[in-house]
Design a protein around this ligand. Structure first.
Ligand SMILES: C[S@@+](CC[C@H](N)C(=O)[O-])C[C@H]1O[C@@H](n2cnc3c(N)ncnc32)[C@H](O)[C@@H]1O
Length: 317
C-alpha cells in the first residue's frame, strides 16, 4: 500500500503538490440546504439521500486537477458532477431512477448557466452494467470516482411539522416491484454484490493510479449498528482496487473547537427513544470516506472528451 503521507495519486510524475490533506474533512461548516442554495435546483432536495456538496467538492479538490474527468456511477441528483463542473473538471454521472437522472441532467444545464467551466453528462441506467452504458472511449480516462451507495429503501427523507403532527416525505426510492435494479431495494448481500459489480466497472473506467472515493455511513437496523463502511472497503478490494486512505467527512460543523451536530429528525428521534429506554446511543456525526486506488503508474492529468452539454441517454431495457 502506498505511504499515505507521500502518496499523491493524481500528480504528474515529478510534481508533488504540497500536502494539505487531513483525514478529517470539515464538510458541514454550512448546512446542506445552505450549501445547495442557488447552485442546485430546488427539486434536488426531494431526493432521499443526497451527499453534502462539500464532501464531493473536497474529494475533487484533493484528488484531481482542473480538466480531469470525475465519475459518479450512482449520481442521484448529480452532486458529484455539479461540483466537478464548478471546479473546472468534467463530470459524468449515471443514475438508475429516471426521476433523479432527469433532475441531474437539468442541474448540469443549470450549472453551465451559472458559470461552471467544466462539462457534464448524465446517463440513465443500471451501473452494474457500467461498461455497457458509457462510451468505450472513456475507459481508462477517469481520474476520480466519487460515490455513495444507497442505505436501504427508507432510511433518510424529510419531515415538516403539520397541524396533525410530523409529515414525512421523500423518504424512499421508487417502486420496489418495478425498480428491482435499484440497489436500495436489495437485501444487504444483494446490495453489496451489486455494488462490487459497479466498482469493477469503475476500475475499468479509472486511469492507472486513478482514485475511488466512497462515502458510507454506519447505520442502525433494529438498534444494531450495520458496519457498511467496512463492507464497502471489502467490496472495493474484491473489485481489484487498493485501499490508500480512510477519512472522516464531518456531518457536524466545527465552531470554536466544538462540534455542532446537525442530526436529521430520524436520527434524533431514534437516539432519544434509545436513551429513554436506557440504551446510551450517540448521534452519528460523520460519514466514513473510503479511498482506494486503481493499481498502476501515476498518470498525468488530462481531460477526456465528454461533450459540451449534458444529455440523458436511455439505456434501460
Ligand atoms: C445515496 S444515493 C446517491 C446520491 C448522490 N450522491 C446525490 O448527492 O444526489 C444512491 C443513488 O444510487 C441510485 N442507484 C441505486 N441502484 C443503482 C444502480 N443499479 N445503478 C445506478 N444507480 C443506482 C439510487 O437511485 C440513488 O439515487
Amino acid at each position: 500500500m502506498p505511504d499515505p503521507d507521500t502518496f499523491a495519486p493524481t500528480e504528474p510524475p515529478g510534481e508533488v503538490r504540497p500536502l494539505r490533506r487531513l483525514s478529517i474533512w470539515a464538510t458541514a461548516q454550512r448546512t446542506g440546504p445552505a450549501q445547495r442554495r442557488g447552485r442546485y435546483l430546488p427539486e434536488s432536495t426531494h431526493h432521499p439521500a443526497t451527499m453534502l456538496p462539500a464532501i464531493a467538492a473536497h474529494a475533487i479538490d484533493a484528488y484531481t486537477h482542473p480538466g480531469d474527468l470525475v465519475l459518479d456511477p450512482m449520481c442521484g441528483v448529480g452532486t458529484t458532477v455539479i461540483e466537478a463542473m464548478h471546479a473546472g473538471r468534467d463530470g459524468v454521472g449515471v443514475e438508475y431512477e429516471a426521476r433523479w437522472a432527469e433532475v441531474a441532467d437539468r442541474s448540469v444545464r443549470h450549472a453551465h448557466h451559472g458559470g461552471a467551466t467544466g462539462h457534464g453528462m448524465i446517463a440513465r441506467g443500471d451501473s452494474t452494467r457500467l461498461p455497457a452504458i458509457l462510451p468505450r472511449s472513456l475507459q481508462g480516462q477517469v481520474a476520480l470516482v466519487v460515490t455513495s451507495p444507497p442505505y436501504g429503501p427508507a432510511v433518510h427523507g424529510h419531515v415538516r411539522p403539520t397541524a396533525g403532527g410530523v409529515a414525512k416525505s421523500s423518504a424512499s426510492y421508487g417502486d420496489p416491484d418495478t425498480d428491482r435494479g435499484n440497489l436500495a431495494h436489495q437485501s444487504e448481500p444483494g446490495l453489496l454484490a451489486g455494488f462490487t459489480e459497479i466498482l469493477r466497472g469503475c476500475r475499468l473506467l479509472l486511469r492507472p493510479g486513478g482514485i475511488l472515493v466512497v462515502t458510507a455511513r454506519p447505520y442502525r437496523k433494529r438498534g444494531e449498528l450495520v458496519d457498511l463502511p467496512s463492507a464497502v472497503l471489502a467490496a472495493g478490494i474484491q473489485a481489484g482496487l487498493t485501499p490508500v486512505e480512510r477519512c472522516v467527512a464531518l456531518l457536524a460543523g466545527i465552531r470554536d473547537g466544538h462540534l455542532i451536530a446537525r442530526p436529521s429528525f430520524f436520527q434524533l428521534t431514534a437516539v432519544r427513544k434509545a436513551r429513554a429506554a436506557g440504551v446510551p446511543l450517540h448521534l452519528i456525526a460523520h460519514e466514513d470516506v473510503l479511498v482506494l486506488a486503481k493499481p498502476g503508474l501515476l498518470a498525468p492529468s488530462g481531460a477526456a472528451d465528454v461533450g459540451e452539454a449534458g444529455h440523458v441517454g436511455e439505456v434501460l431495457p
